[in-house]
Write a protein that binds this ligand. Sequence first.
Ligand code: HEC
Length: 475
Amino acid sequence: MSDQTTTMSTEKKVHGTVAEFTSVDTLLAACRRIRDAGYTKTDAFTPFPVHGIDSALGIKPTVLPWIVLVCGLTGTMTALVMQIWMNGIDYKYIISGKPFISLPAFIPVAFELTILFASFGTFFGMWILNGLPKFSNPVFTDPRFDRVTDDRFFLYIDAKDAQYDQSGVEKLLGDTGSEYIQTVVEDDSEAKVPRFLFSTWVAVVALSIIPLLIVLKMRVTNSPSPRFHVFYDMDFSPSKDAQQSTTLFADARAMRPDVPGTVARGQLDMNFRTGIDMDALAALDSNRAQQLVRLLDEPTDGEAGESDAAEASSEEAQPSVMDTTPWLDDNPVGVSKETLLRGQKYFGIYCSVCHGMNGGGNGLVNRRAQKILAATWVPPSSLHDPTLYDDKYPDGKLFSTISNGIRKMPGYASQIKAEDRWAIVAYVRALQKSQNASFDLVPADKVEELKKKQAEVKEALKKQAEAEAEAAQKK
Ligand code: HEC
């Protein structure tokens, strides 16, 4: 029987040798001898912390603090770079008048990330350095080793040590006064998960599904009783839709007008908002420039009396603005396909009703007004009048006409955003070109195609004119 066990154990892989001691002093003495004999892959197991055992075994201090330091500094840098990028570069936003890059303001986040990264470093670094997770250690196979948590001290020499030699190690450990020396072999006990663990796990999973099922049922069934509010969140938010009233402000309006005397961020560019080169205007007539800025900042939907005054002043001011005004010659949004498509869209929505889809001046409103108001109606201008071409009528002036209106035409500043007004300007220019462009502008390979189309359109227009004349005669 005993023979059989020895043969069996020699077949198994040897992991090292373990020796039992009964007191701290004998253990420490043994540790020192092992260390002095040059063994490095060693470990001691004790039921309580034993001071001085590290140096007795020759264990070097851990590198974990360095890992933690690097992780912590990485956290600090991550926080600083992240905040500098977000607050100072990507989305500049003034908060309490602080500079965009304000180190004191970055401290809380930097502190938090330093701690977070450092604790991750500590936690995972400790696991990795200790070779964890490890579900079993071969020394646990020896029942005597259980006493390590009670009243025994063990010293272990790993077989991976360069000097390891089974009989030599046993002799050395015997010399240190150990009464129990055992070779640690592979653990070949059953590797199955115990049944009770498995059934517990199944039970936990099954139970955890129940809350989900309850939520699911709640989502698909109706109930006459009011909602059960755990978190109020924004269920009763005072937010308003457009044009609604509110008790929050004295004037009961939920939509707030611009604050007088302020300019919204992104609208600082006066040239963009007026179509006038404001620096040049200020040099010519600083009063006029200041008056314009003031007018722009006035809330457009102020009290009735006020807005009348603003209108009157802008009307009487207009003649003096014209002609001497240093209008912008170039469209500040630039001309691209997108701008033109946008301009076309807004021209179709706002301008075509009067000026017609082609800008000729004969929109639906005009046709109707000719019938019912013939005597007093001022027809919309044809945008193809040569006095409206960009050599005589700069882009800035056209922008101003759209924004403030002119004579009988109302202004559209309150309805169309400045960008879109500039897009309309670009589109009106394209419309004007479309009516008297020369073939020099057309790429050579498209000329033939275009000439054919032109002939077709001319033919169609002629037919239409004939039909209209005939209809008129019949009347
Ligand atoms: C309600 C009808 C109406 C709408 C809408 C309208 N206009 Fe006019 N527009 C007129 C009338 C009327 C005139 C001529 C005013 C006059 O001579 O008293 C005019 C004149 C013009 C002029 C000539 C200005 C000048 O200095 O002689 C331009 C340019 C112009 N409109 C562009 C536009 C653009 C661009 C839009 C779209 C944003 C637009 N209009 C929308 C009625 C309209």
